[in-house]
Design a protein around this ligand. Structure first.
Ligand code: GAR
Length: 227
């Protein structure tokens, strides 16, 4: 069923862009009903404007506490008819009230192979630690930072001595593939969660997917055609 998305962003919005692009080319069965930002200068707002998508900046400073701010976010999301909330570089912790309003329908992307390196510096922390495989994770959101059940991960090799920006760019490129893919699995009703464990059900058309990577990375569950 077509997903009705609210995308929450704080910055650049390149994941928002990837989602808009996959919707435009027909790979992702979704509509972005609203882009919500907590920063008025976020480039994500300009991307929404360019795509003709409703967008809104809400200022935390206009609210006495997190609960009140998140209640305004819930109201805006509902008013625009969104049923699924996509965090795309949204750098605030959601309150229990927000999560209860969209129970089981809030997803996030993080630039690390969770549970390693949660927080604001996922890729940098992985590089500083010296891991040889970095990556990114799409997961359901719970009340802890970068913590909910994992839907899909992509592993990306770390090249010794490379600039952090190069590693970040390669991780970002994979984010832009796995996030729309995870959303399409949700749209197709193929995502089952049992406790912490998520299973992606086989394709409805019965076609097997080889899952053989076309580059120096690995995505699991494997990407399907279009992503
Ligand atoms: C992305 O790398 C995303 O994984 C990260 O913020 C970036 C936003 O980029 N999120 C987190 O670190 C969450 N803890 P974008 O604005 O270009 O989509």
């Amino acid at each position: 069923m077509t997903l009705q998305l609210a995308v929450l962003a704080s910055g650049n919005g390149s994941n928002l862009q990837a989602i808009l692009d996959r919707i435009a080319d027909g790979a992702l069965d979704a509509q972005v009903r609203l882009v919500l930002c907590n920063k008025p200068e976020a480039r994500a707002l300009a991307r929404a404007r360019a795509a003709g998508v409703a967008h809104l900046a809400l200022a935390p400073a206009d609210h006495p506490n997190r609960e009140s701010f998140d209640a305004a976010m819930v109201a805006a999301t509902r008013e625009h008819g969104a049923d699924t909330v996509v965090l795309a570089g949204y750098m605030r912790l959601l309150t229990p009230g927000f999560l209860a309003a969209f129970s089981g329908r809030v997803v996030n992307i993080h630039p690390a192979l969770l549970p390693s390196f949660p927080g604001l510096r996922g890729a940098a922390d992985a590089q500083d630690y010296g891991v040889t495989l970095a990556g990114c994770t799409v997961h359901f959101v719970d009340e802890q930072v970068d913590h909910g059940a994992v839907i899909v991960q992509a592993a990306v090799p770390v090249n010794a001595g490379e600039p952090l920006d190069d590693l970040k760019a390669r991780i970002h490129a994979m984010e832009h593939r796995i996030y729309p893919q995870a959303l399409q699995w949700l749209a197709e009703g193929r995502v089952r969660q049992e406790g912490r464990v998520v299973r992606v059900l086989p394709r409805l058309d019965g076609k097997a997917v080889a899952g053989i990577p076309d580059g120096p990375w690995l995505v699991w569950p494997p990407l399907e055609p279009g992503f």
